[in-house]
Design a protein around this ligand. Structure first.
Ligand code: ADP
Length: 389
């Protein structure tokens, strides 16, 4: 059966069509619209997610380059939804109740859920007779126990306002955990892994028996690792002090912590790890220290997560930096000899975005590279959900 996956960002619309069977997944077609909702793209109004959805299905059916001749060939649509709160621990077939519940979670993800809903509405309008499934970024992390998800603030802020750790990038962590277990031929129920999703947004999770026991992103994606433009962990007093010192309103401070911090904030050069590494190699001291802060934070988390898991079978690198940067992987692995890791430096240099072990045989903890594929994971979950109906 053919499953269409839709992933709407604030100004982007990604789609991918898969041919799915019980044991195989084959991508057939993918497309991407960028810079949406920008007026200059369309003199009559904005180039919306709805318009992008229309163009996507036209492209799928294009007589020359398309892959289907009728929309009837699509069996189901999987939608990425960023926030499912505590309500969604698994994918959900979309109906009016599910839409209302996603709307209710919008307060927790005001930049994402409303956009995800735009994509859902547009796709349901175009494909009204097939199931649409919401797959949530937060769902895989719903296995966190209270000791890991509660912040030590008055309890009412959790019960009345939903303030707790949710975790994000869930589809990626889930996909990579299962791929790593399969690659090492380990049963997922027994496998313990630390998944390092190092991209523009970075997060790390400790997963035991396919259940997340810790994850670095929190109430929002701002917490945890250093990212392209996000600060990650911070003394909670810092934003108050910044506001008092500068007189800036809280919205502006929030913007600084989300969009002007991280690699960009420290280096003053770029939010892109490639550029920051290049500047560091050319002797730029701020770029150099930005990379060091980034790497140090990852190492700190790995140490903590080994304790939380009471030992680990594998450390896994994924996403742009994790898949494509032997340099960053080396800097991290070089600090992990205490964990019984001996890097295979030659292998590390060779492996770019493919499934591979990059530690030497005999390492008690193995290090892997596993390319992530959130859309494939959404397709798999959509397939399972609709097959079981
Ligand atoms: P997202 O999907 O969150 O936008 P990605 O997973 O694509 O992010 O990761 C983007 C990051 O990966 C950027 O910081 C980019 O510089 C980094 N990256 C990609 N290729 C390389 C490379 N060869 N060396 C170092 N960093 C890289």
């Amino acid at each position: 059966m053919k499953i269409l996956v839709i992933n709407c960002g604030s100004s982007s619309f990604k789609f991918r069509l898969f041919e799915m069977g019980k044991d195989h997944v084959e991508p057939l077609f993918s497309g991407f619209f960028d810079a949406l909702n920008i007026k200059k793209f369309d003199p009559d109004g904005v180039f919306s997610h709805g318009r992008a959805a229309q163009l996507a299905v036209q492209a799928l059916m294009d007589a020359d380059s398309g892959v289907i001749s009728s929309l009837d060939e699509i069996t189901a649509v999987g939608h990425r939804v960023v926030h499912g709160g505590e309500k969604f621990v698994a994918p959900a077939v979309i109906d009016s109740d599910v839409i209302a519940a996603i709307e209710a979670c919008s307060a927790l993800a005001p930049l994402h859920n409303p956009i995800n809903l735009e994509g859902i509405r547009a796709a349901r309008h175009l494909l009204p007779d097939i199931p649409h499934v919401a797959v949530f970024d937060t769902a895989f992390h719903q296995s966190l126990e209270p000791k890991a998800f509660l912040y030590a603030i008055p309890y009412e802020y959790y019960t009345a306002h939903g303030i707790r750790r949710y975790g994000f990038h869930g589809s990626s962590h889930k996909y990579v955990f299962h791929e790593a277990a399969a690659f090492l031929d380990q049963p997922p129920e027994k496998f313990k892994a630390i998944i390092c999703h190092l991209g523009s947004g970075s997060s790390i999770s400790a997963v035991k028996g396919a259940k997340v026991v810790e994850t670095s992103m929190g109430f929002t994606p701002l917490e945890g690792l250093v990212m392209g433009t996000r600060c990650g962990d911070l003394d909670p007093s810092v934003p108050f002090f910044m506001a008092r010192q500068t007189g800036l309103p809280f919205d502006a401070i929030e913007d600084i912590l989300n969009k002007k911090s991280g690699l960009l904030g420290i280096s003053g050069k770029s939010n892109d790890m490639r550029q920051v590494l290049a500047a560091a190699r050319n002797g730029d001291p701020r770029a150099s220290v930005a990379v060091e802060v980034y790497v140090h934070r990852v190492i700190k988390y790995i140490g903590a997560y080994v304790s939380v898991l009471d030992g680990v079978d594998a450390v896994v690198f994924t996403a742009g930096i994790g898949e494509y940067s032997p340099d960053i992987r080396k800097r991290i692995m070089d600090q992990l000899s205490w964990l019984g890791i001996t890097p295979d430096e030659q292998k590390n240099q060779q492996v770019i975005s493919r499934n591979a072990v990059i530690s030497k045989k005999g390492s008690t903890t193995q290090v892997l590279v596993i390319p992530t594929d959130e859309e494939k994971e959404i397709a798999k979950q959509t397939f399972e959900k609709t097959r079981l109906r």
